[in-house]
Design a protein around this ligand. Structure first.
Ligand SMILES: NC(=O)C1=CN([C@@H]2O[C@H](COP(=O)(O)OP(=O)(O)OC[C@H]3O[C@@H](n4cnc5c(N)ncnc54)[C@H](O)[C@@H]3O)[C@@H](O)[C@H]2O)C=CC1
Ligand SMILES: O=C(O)C(=O)COP(=O)(O)O
Length: 387
C-alpha cells in the first residue's frame, strides 16, 4: 500500500490511474508520494516517509530540489504537458496588447440597455483601435517546450520570429521551424523586437534576466510578455519604464503588488496552464511517473536525480539506491550483496551533478539486514527494496 497526498487539486483523469494499492491521506506527514502544482513547499517539513514529489506542471521553483535530493526524495515534473495551454495564452496576451479588446468590451458593457448602442459603437470604436501582429518582430527567449511552440505558431501568423536559447536541447532544436531566426546574443532581441516573450525556468542564473539595462535597449513600442515567472523580470524597472513611456506594454501571468493596476500592465491570474487539456495531461504524466517510481524504482523526468530506468522487474528482487556521485559506491554495494550470497543479475547506474542512482536486479530477495548495511554506507542517501 502506498500513501499519497495532493497539495493542490489534481485532475481526476490522473488520480483515476492510481490502483487500489494507493491510499489518499490528508497530511503530508503520512505520505510516501506528493502530487503538487504551485503550492509552496520550501518551508514545509518533509517527513521521513516521503519518497517522491511529482509536480504536475513545468516550473519547480516552488520545491526545495536540493533539500529533497539530500533526503533521498526524487522530484519529477511533467515536461511539455501544459505547453500548448501556455502557448495559446501567450497569443491571447499579444492580441490583448495589440488591440484594446478589454477596453472595448468594458465600454460595450457600460451601454447595457442603450437602444442606440450599435450606432454609438461606430463612433466610439476609434478609441479601441490597435495594430496587427503579422509582420511584427517577435523575440522568443528560451526555446523549450513552450518557447518552441510559441515561435513556430508565430511564423504561421506572419510574424518575423527570432529565437534565443544557448542551452537548447537536441529535441527542441529538431522541433523548431526553420523559419525561426537564430539569435546568439539576447541583446539583439531587446534592441530589435516588437514583441518579446520569455520562456525560461526561474533559476539563480535567470532571476531578473530582463533588468533595467535590458529594458533600456527596447523600443518605446515594445511589448514584453512574461508567462514564465515574475521574478525573471525586474518589475520595478519595468513599471518605471512603462510610466515614462519608454516601452509600451507588459503582459504578465503573475499578479503582484508591483504590477497590478499599473500603467501599461496587463496581468492575468496565473492561468497559463489552467485548461482542461493541460491539467489532464499534467496529472496523467505525474501519476504515471509516481507509479513507475514506486512500483518499479524507475526514474523518468526527474529534476533532482538522473533518469534511470530498467523497465519492469523480472528478477526475484530489485533495489533502488540513491546516493552521492562519489567513487566506490558500486563496489561497496557489490561486496555487501556478494557477502550475503546475492547475485546481481542486472544493473544501471546514472549520475547527475552531485547525485547518482543505482538500480540493481538481484536473484534472491534482499533481507532487512542487508538493506540496513547498505543504508549505513557513507554517501548513501536512500535505499529502497522495490521488490
Ligand atoms: N504561466 C504558467 O502557467 C506556466 C508557466 N511556466 C513557466 O515556463 C517555464 C518554461 O516552461 P517550459 O518551456 O515547459 O520549460 P522547458 O524546460 O521545456 O524550457 C525552458 C528552456 O529555457 C532555456 N533556458 C534556460 N536558461 C536560459 C537562458 N539563460 N537563456 C535562454 N534560454 C534559457 C532552456 O535551455 C530550455 O530550453 C517554466 O519553467 C515555468 O516557470 C510553465 C508552464 C505553465
Ligand atoms: O507548470 C508551471 O510551471 C505553471 O506555472 C503552472 O502552474 P499551475 O500548475 O497552474 O499552478
Amino acid at each position: 500500500m502506498f500513501n499519497y497526498t495532493c497539495l493542490n487539486p489534481i485532475a481526476g483523469v490522473g488520480l483515476d490511474l492510481l490502483s487500489d494499492e494507493y491510499n489518499k491521506v490528508d497530511d503530508i506527514k503520512d505520505a510516501q508520494a506528493v502530487l503538487v502544482r504551485s503550492a509552496a513547499m520550501h518551508d514545509m517539513e518533509l517527513p521521513k516517509t516521503l519518497e517522491v514529489v511529482a509536480r504536475a506542471g513545468a516550473g519547480v521553483n516552488n520545491i526545495p530540489l536540493d533539500k529533497c535530493a539530500e533526503a533521498g526524495i526524487v522530484v519529477f515534473n511533467t515536461p511539455g504537458a501544459n505547453a500548448n495551454g501556455v502557448k495559446e495564452l501567450v497569443f491571447a496576451g499579444m492580441l490583448l496588447a495589440a488591440r484594446d479588446v478589454v477596453g472595448g468590451i468594458e465600454w460595450v458593457k457600460g451601454e447595457e440597455g442603450n437602444a442606440d448602442v450599435a450606432k454609438l459603437a461606430e463612433k466610439q470604436k476609434k478609441n479601441f483601435a490597435g495594430s496587427e501582429i503579422a509582420g511584427k518582430k517577435l523575440g522568443v527567449i528560451g526555446l523549450g517546450a513552450i518557447g518552441v511552440k510559441v515561435a513556430n505558431a508565430a511564423t504561421h501568423l506572419g510574424m518575423e520570429v527570432y529565437g534565443y536559447d544557448p542551452y537548447i536541447s537536441v529535441n527542441a532544436a529538431w522541433s523548431l521551424s526553420r523559419n525561426v531566426n537564430h539569435v546568439n546574443a539576447v541583446e539583439e532581441i531587446y534592441k530589435n523586437c516588437d514583441y518579446i516573450t520569455i520562456h525560461v525556468p526561474l533559476l539563480d542564473s535567470t532571476k531578473k534576466m530582463i533588468n533595467a539595462e535590458a529594458i533600456a535597449m527596447m523600443k518605446p513600442t515594445t511589448v514584453v510578455l512574461n508567462f514564465a515567472r515574475d521574478l525573471l523580470v525586474d518589475e520595478e524597472a519595468m513599471v518605471a519604464a512603462l510610466e515614462e513611456g519608454k516601452i509600451a506594454k507588459y503582459v504578465s501571468d503573475f499578479p503582484n503588488p508591483t504590477t497590478v493596476g499599473k500603467k501599461g500592465c496587463i496581468v492575468t491570474p496565473h492561468i497559463g496552464a489552467s485548461t482542461e487539456e493541460s491539467e489532464d495531461n499534467c496529472a496523467v504524466m505525474a501519476v504515471k511517473e509516481i507509479r513507475d517510481f514506486l512500483e518499479n524504482g524507475n526514474i523518468t523526468h526527474s529534476v533532482n536525480y538522473p533518469d534511470c530506468n530498467m523497465g519492469e522487474c523480472k528478477s526475484a528482487g530489485r533495489l533502488l539506491l540513491l546516493h552521492r556521485n562519489v567513487k566506490g559506491m558500486i563496489s561497496s554495494y557489490t561486496s555487501i550483496l556478494g557477502d550475503a550470497n546475492i547475485n546481481i543479475s542486472d544493473m544501471t547506474n546514472k549520475s547527475r551533478g552531485d547525485y547518482a542512482c543505482t538500480l540493481l536486479d538481484v536473484d534472491a530477495p534482499v533481507t532487512k539486514e542487508v538493506e540496513e548495511k547498505l543504508q549505513t554506507l557513507d554517501g548513501v542517501l536512500k535505499v529502497r527494496i522495490v521488490k
